[in-house]
Ligand binder design. Sequence first.
Ligand SMILES: [Mg+2]
Length: 191
Amino acid sequence: MRFGFDIDDTLINLREHAFHIYNRKLNQTIDLNEFHKLNTLEIHTLYGLSDIEGKEMWNDSLEEIYFTDCAIFSGALDFLKELEQQGHEIFYITARNKAYCRKTKEWMIKQGFPVKDGNFYCGMKDHEKINIIQKLSLDYYFDDKPEVLNTLTDESVSCFVKDQSYNRAMNLPRLVDWSEYHEKLKAKGLK
Ligand SMILES: [Mg+2]
């Protein structure tokens, strides 16, 4: 089988990592519960920042957000490693800016993710992901962003939405916990 994965907020807990960095940099102690209540992908409203200020804050913090110790969602790494062991194809499809692609691939390898040369797609826009997903004839695709998943509704690929506070309105098979999902697939006999 051919599996495609978005990275940020699908495999790794990037937004929450950014939240902790913002708290530190802005000398704030916003409660994590407030973060979990947000129904927007952007987190700057928690700090009273305008959209422009929020964008600046994000861009100024990006190197630190991307390339430090962002947590991997529990069970995600084990799941992907097992897929690789069983001979499935794993593709990464991330809309991170082109300038960060090489470093992102290196970071993923350093975390232990199975990354095959040629299976790492980066630097496209959200609405362009569909072209890659079609070209790769994926069987499964996982993402957190409604803007991406909404483009895939007519495709044959089985899509899953990684559960986040900002995507609860999406009516797609929902993946809350990677370990649970892994167990379910095993029970269905995916080898
Ligand atoms: Mg994402």
